[in-house]
Design a binder for this molecule. Sequence first.
Ligand code: AMP
Ligand code: MG
Length: 349
Amino acid sequence: METRYQYALPDDPLQAQSAVEEAADIIRTGGLVIFPTETVYGLGANALFEDAAAKIYAAKGRPADNPLIVHVAHPKDAEGFAHTTPLYYRLAEAFMPGPLTVILAAKDNLPRTVTAGLDTVAVRCPSHPVAAALIEASGVPIAAPSANLSGSPSPTNALHAKDDMWGRVDMILDGGECLCGVESTIVKPEEDGSLLLLRPGSVTKEALETRLGVTVRVAPAVLGQLKEGEKVLSPGMKYRHYAPKAQFILLDGTAESRIKFLAEQKNNKIAYLCYDEEGEALSALPVKLLFIGKEQDTQAQAQVLFRILRDTDKEGFDVIYAPLPKTEGLGLALYNRMIRAAAHQIISL
Ligand code: AMP
Ligand code: MG
């Protein structure tokens, strides 16, 4: 199909508005639009259309058992297709609009193609002005996964989405670089009032606990490999994801042990995701250094991780090494994405 590419940048509000209106028409009439959000780019369709999910799955090459997130302009709009709860509204009050997705029971009018057959639905209210304007102008909830081909890193700018999806969607709205750079945090309210963290993101476990005073349990799949036969609560977690073409291996150790390890490697097509502070000690090695920010600046690292993983595919490395992130704060999201990109290959130093 023919794909239209339109800019929706803050420096040209009139152009942005007409692009958003055109995109909203496409959504209303059953087409596919790639749009920016504060997390990553989404691939959207009218969530209330029976065929929407099938079109999205086909465009992404995604297995149909991986449910989509439904995006709303205002938290209360979830009432149209989901059973909201007091805890949902407390979460909305604290973190919406923003990078948080909440699992709710789905109402009967929501096509089960969107939820991949589940009786629950993932709801998110994005804060990105273009995403918010698009949903508002469409007048319908928008079902959207990340706008990448299944298995590759989520796109954090429109050109990455274009690389994967050109000719597969009706329109790409270019709203610049995504701020968060990793997908939304997903939580599932439990019967006992606690939250189960299904996917870590920019709304951290610590922030959820502090702001709401609730217990947040981390789903086992976030931190490790699923055991054989184990039930997958968030179906997306069972796939190898974000994987670069080169082997991607995580190094679990101190800065000194990582430097020593890299110095011992003989293969000359090595890249290393490098904290800024490590650059000087590594500069003499025949290793391509890919800087991901200061060690403590997890925000900066999250913003560039997927872009760096994508860019490595153009350079033909044999192996890419990276430090294993700590699991506190936003580090948990980095850890989760990186162990999956590495298909759980971790070397203990
Ligand atoms: P993406 O938008 O590409 O990041 O993918 C959507 C994510 O939301 C996937 O990891 C899904 O497994 C997860 N998800 C969507 N709906 C549900 C649901 N009803 N229960 C649990 N996880 C869900
Ligand atoms: Mg995705």
